[in-house]
Design a protein around this ligand. Structure first.
Ligand code: DQA
Length: 149
């Protein structure tokens, strides 16, 4: 079972970027911890990060037929991208939305997500642990229902 891990804009700077909000773990460290957990769960991860919306959409399209599901932190695109939402719906892959910070405890504009209402689940506010919780949840859901619903 291959899980696509999709990181949106600015997440390449994790570790250095506003560590009070996003923690000190780097993206490489987060991806490494996901690879270890995936192996424990009998899965593998295929990780991609881009600062470009179209590149993220292309990566999701390329995951069709290869990925069983998607773990996605859309970054700022959470609050703006109809096109990225549409890409996930277009490929029909179940996905879990994750955020390092608790988006509901921040500026009002971060409270709206273009993804949450069509996600299998949402994890927000646990720092890097949001990703591992999200991966556990996604793999468990896929094991019980391959459609991820
Ligand atoms: C984020 C929250 C978003 O509002 C923000 O734009 C990000 C990171 C998070 O992981 O907490 O880039 O998705």
């Amino acid at each position: 079972m291959v899980i696509g891990v999709v990181h949106g804009p600015n997440l390449n700077l994790l570790g250095a970027r506003e560590p009070d909000k996003y923690g000190v773990a780097t993206l490489d460290e987060i991806n490494a911890s996901l690879a270890v957990l995936a192996a424990e769960l009998g899965a593998t991860v295929d990780c991609v990060q881009s600062n470009h919306e179209g590149t993220l959409i292309d990566a999701i399209h390329a995951g069709r037929g290869r990925w069983a599901g998607v773990l996605i932190n859309p970054g700022g695109l959470t609050h703006s991208s109809v096109a990225l939402r549409d890409a996930l719906l277009a490929v029909g892959l179940p996905f879990v939305e994750v955020h390092l910070s608790n988006v509901h405890a921040r500026e009002p504009f971060r409270r709206h997500s273009y993804f949450s209402d069509v996600a299998t689940g949402v994890v927000s506010g646990f720092g890097a642990v949001s990703y591992t919780l999200g991966l556990r949840g996604l793999v468990a859901r896929l094991a019980s229902s391959p459609a991820g619903r």
